[in-house]
Design a binder for this molecule. Sequence first.
Ligand code: URA
Length: 433
Amino acid sequence: MRMYDIIKKKRDGGELSTEEIDFFIRGVTDGSIPDYQISALCMAIYYRGMSVRETCDLTFAVRDSGDKTDFSAIKGIRVDKHSTGGVGDKTSLVVAPIVAALGVKVAKMSGRGLGHTGGTVDKLEAIDGFRTTLSEEEFIAQVNRIGLAIVGQSRQFAPADKKLYALRDVTATVDSMPLIAASIMGKKLAADDDCIVLDVKTGSGSFMKSVEKSRELAQLMVDIGKSAGKKMVALITNMDRPLGYAIGNSLEVIEAVETLCGRGPADFTEVCLTLAGHMLSLAGMGTPEEGRELAKQVIADGRALKKFAEVVAAQGGDASLIEDPSKFKKAKYEYPVKSAVSGYIHGVDTEAYGLSSLMLGAGRNTAEDAIDYSAGIVLKKKTGEFVQKGETIAVLYSDNATCFVAAAEKLLAATAVEREKPADEPLVYGVVV
Ligand code: URA
């Protein structure tokens, strides 16, 4: 089999066979297929799409690309959640400790920032010393001991996705339904959890811009998961505005800690409670509404925050940063972005907000780029709020002051200010089972 022929077949709209997909993923994993051919096939898939059968084959090949791991040594029901990616989306940092604090095991495999979106692994690495790579033994032992471990992709866990993810990130091939489904479900099935809650983002800051497309992606992933014997639920949630006020790695960890203390932004807290409710419900702890009440309780009594600090310490991170987030290293420079007019923030291009944060150093432009963990944006005004001319709508943070003007221009151009107050939008558009 030749990679050239596989690329040509997909480029010309053909359907790849199971053997061709397996050949591709084997070559991605063992390094025998060069980056340019992997990228070319991703682009062909981006334009030509994949049938449900091809998407399932790709997902199972990604799942099987790692060493076979036996998670049966983890005692109890294991539940996971995964987001399709958004801006300011730090939900995993809050919902995973909530659910673990209630005695349900969370063995979590997360991703890095992708395109304009942030990633849980990058956020956790903003905590000094935090190790996002654990051996299989460490991972299993930690989940058994404290109920929660969070790692990135590695040799054991869906390594093909690690490679594909990094290349898609820099070749404009992220927002492809089959590639997203195979990436997310390949990782989730490799971790072999019993129950999976998917947070499928919709709107200007997500990879699927319409509710219809998001629903289609949600159903595809739910069906793939069910076909592998998993209990599945997907929520379609609003990404027409950043979630919470903080965008950027350490800024988001700080906002997550505030939320675990019960002082989080209303929209972000609401999405976290809804996701946690569904995770607990799938794990057999009542209805989603009952799960949500339990989630509120562990925030109120401090158990969720304690669990987060415990995980940070267990994975080598500096837990004193969680006790006192003011100790996080601050960016060298800050820059207020002021509104040129008075009016209501009517709507924002959330993807452009994510790209503005990337320009500040919070994400990568090439696979090799280093991240400035303290870089990012703190919003002072969000959609629906009134802003006076000259008032600050956001503060930008970076160690590189030369990027401020362009990042501020991008953010301002992405913010529509109008005389009329916009209609409220739902935070959760629906549940797919
Ligand atoms: N999250 C993932 O893990 N993969 C994608 O392709 C998109 C979001």
